[in-house]
Design a binder for this molecule. Structure first.
Ligand code: OSB
Ligand code: MG
Length: 378
């Protein structure tokens, strides 16, 4: 496919309610979308970086910088046999996985559309339906968390993940477990604890958790390898795993028993697909994480979740849990059984609402064969 142009834009979207994690609270999202035009067809990707460097090192603004100065200028006029060639072409750009992933995934959408295939099928996924869980932000008190869990279980979600941080952890999980003895329950600390907290973390053994996600430092696989033998909850790594090499190291060190795959965090669909295969071959289950995405990122998460290594419910849930109005049509909906039907239409399988995207755009930059890069600020 010949790449004609790349447009990166920043849109602003307000979450229905604030989302609190151990590293901060967000309500006003600043999301970068990437549109690639190849052989006359548009493909869309989303940069999943947060507004602050609290989850990982990337932010909306660092991703803008990387795409604007280093990725965008490389591609207009270039021929690619497929989107899977992209990672090697940007391999000289260290890190910045989320920035690169936004562009790579737009290429995957374009390629799928050019081939008349759903993206899930192009990636090699076979599932018609994916299993969904939810991630619940930190709440004021255990009672309000219990009420929220009840609501999500009634909607059909198959697994509940509770965000925790020191001081808002044991009692919150205890209250939820007491009320829902059979629910599939996990916790996510987003790196809020130290290895010295091992005894405290072992106390969560009482709750029969499906997993404990990223309790220790964001870049410390070794510390998790020290922690895992001290607790019964299976550790799931999120922040630590930026690529397949990290996953191999973590598995060999017994630093985790489960891995959360976020397409953005690992640099795009090519790496996510390889990573899930490597995990599957070693008996490590993976699931698809979320980054409070708009419908475009959500659609990419649905597609990757159809791959065979994804055997646990993901943090991929309905558009209306996050947004009053999404930017895709139809919006992502979840069945009463906690599943999402995988779209069969070509590419990401949802229509991008271009008028709405335009209305939400605050800045955009275009790279094309026809003109020099142009910047537009609304
Ligand atoms: O650690 O999985 C995480 C949101 C922002 C940053 C990190 C994480 C999360 C979530 C929300 O857990 C998942 C979602 O519903 O999109
Ligand atoms: Mg996480």
């Amino acid at each position: 496919m010949k790449i004609e142009s790349i447009v990166v834009r920043e849109i602003h979207m307000r979450l229905k309610s604030p989302f609190e994690t151990s590293f901060g609270t967000v309500q006003n999202r600043r999301i970068l979308l990437v549109e690639v035009v190849a052989d006359g067809v548009s493909g869309w990707g989303e940069v999943t970086a947060g507004e602050t460097p609290g989850y990982n090192a990337e932010t909306t603004d660092t991703a803008w910088h990387i795409i604007s100065n280093f990725v965008g200028p490389l591609f207009p006029g270039r021929f690619l046999a497929g989107a899977s060639e992209f990672p090697d072409l940007v391999g000289h750009i260290r890190g910045n996985e989320m920035a690169k992933s936004g562009v790579e995934n737009a290429l995957w959408d374009a390629q799928a559309k050019l081939n008349g295939l759903p993206l899930s099928g192009l990636l090699g996924g076979a599932k018609q339906e994916i299993d969904c869980g939810v991630s619940l932000g930190i709440r004021e008190n255990p009672q309000s968390l219990v009420a929220r869990v009840e609501q999500e279980l009634c909607s059909g979600y198959q697994r509940i993940k509770l965000k925790i941080k020191p001081g808002k952890d044991y009692d919150f999980v205890k209250a939820v477990r007491r009320e829902f003895p059979k629910a599939l329950l996990s916790v996510d600390a987003n790196s809020a604890y130290r290895l010295d907290d091992a005894n405290h973390l072992a106390a969560f053994d009482d709750f029969d958790l499906l997993m404990m996600e990223q309790p220790l430092d964001w870049d410390d696989i070794y510390a998790h390898a020290k922690l895992q033998p001290l607790i019964r909850s299976p550790i799931c790594l999120d922040e630590c795993i930026h690529n397949t090499r990290h996953a191999l190291a973590a598995i060999e060190l017994n630093a985790c028993r489960i891995i959360n795959v976020k397409v953005g965090r690992v640099g795009g669909h090519t790496e996510a697909r390889l990573l899930q295969k490597v995990c599957k071959d070693r008996g490590i289950p993976v699931w698809c994480g979320g980054m409070l995405e708009s419908g475009i990122g959500r659609a990419h998460n649905i597609a990757v979740s159809t791959l065979p290594g994804f055997t646990l419910p993901g943090d991929v849930s309905a558009s209306n849990r996050y947004w009053d109005e999404d930017i895709i049509e139809p919006e992502v909906e979840v069945s009463p059984f906690g599943t999402i039907r995988v779209p069969a239409a070509p590419g990401i399988g949802y229509q991008v609402r271009r008028d709405r995207v335009e209305a939400l755009t605050v800045r955009s930059q275009t790279f094309s064969t026809k003109s020099q890069a142009s910047v537009l600020t609304a």
